[in-house]
Design a binder for this molecule. Structure first.
Ligand code: 0O2
Length: 212
């Protein structure tokens, strides 16, 4: 019947989606375990919250077109490393590297690429730590290494990135040079806030240690 007449590549695409969803679950669980350990050992949660997304078929095909590649299951798998996306929003600046390093030292995680937009922010002021990692997914008949893009940032960086993303995509026109400068200035103010909040946190913690 028509219902069973799924064409080969579409079927493969749905099967792929399932492994990308599994990869998100694996990363999510690993990060939750680390966060819970920190909570019980140090009474501190490095992670404020996490967000997850599977790239939509429409954005997959847009990105493939931009790269000038034919849309086949194999090409997608080989060329797109951000189909599975996890965003980790941390409380403090130091939590970002702490979380990244603890994840990367796990035996089954392979780092493919690290983009440190915190030590080297983008020209527009964007800051975040981006990791592309491979995580093994154990299926019935084989094991697949699946790429996941992990964006790690503070609450403050996330606030800026969310609003900047909306402004960029909402407006019909290009953002003027003057407004771009002002957005960048906001990003710099946020950097100072993040540093100050980190310092305040450390001072409070060290006072607590002295009174114990
Ligand atoms: P979406 O909708 O978030 O998925 P790539 O473009 O991924 O092949 P690149 O340049 O290495 O290659 O990627 P990058 O810059 O490391 O990471 C891309 C993702 O980071 C973007 O995903 C955004 O989520 C985020 N990002 C990067 N730059 C900016 C920025 O200037 N502002 C904001 N708000 N977010 C940014 P996508 O695919 O663009 O979109």
């Amino acid at each position: 019947s028509d219902d069973l007449d799924i064409n080969g590549s579409l079927k493969e695409f749905f099967l792929q989606q399932q492994v990308y969803r599994a990869a998100i679950k694996e990363i999510k669980t690993k990060l939750e375990i680390l966060d819970e350990e920190f909570q019980s050992k140090y009474d501190h949660n490095p992670i404020h919250h996490m967000e997850y997304r599977l790239k939509s078929p429409q954005s997959i095909s847009e990105k493939m077109q931009k790269k000038g590649l034919e849309i086949t299951a194999e090409n997608i798998r080989k060329n797109l490393t951000d189909i599975a996306g996890v965003r980790v929003i941390c409380n403090y600046l130091d939590d970002i590297n702490r979380i990244a390093n603890l994840l990367l030292r796990q035996d089954d995680i392979t780092l493919v690429r690290k983009n440190d937009y915190i030590n080297g922010p983008k020209k527009n002021g964007y800051r975040s730590l981006h990791l592309i990692v491979l995580v093994p997914i154990f299926l019935a008949e084989k094991t697949e290494s699946i790429p996941v893009e992990i964006q790690i940032r503070t609450i403050a960086m996330d606030f800026w990135a969310s609003l900047e993303h909306q402004l960029k995509y909402k407006g019909q026109n290009e953002i003027s040079e003057g407004l771009r400068e002002r957005l960048k200035y906001c990003a710099e103010s946020i950097t100072r806030l993040d540093e100050e909040m980190q310092t305040i946190y450390k001072e409070i913690k060290s006072q607590e240690c002295q009174t114990l």
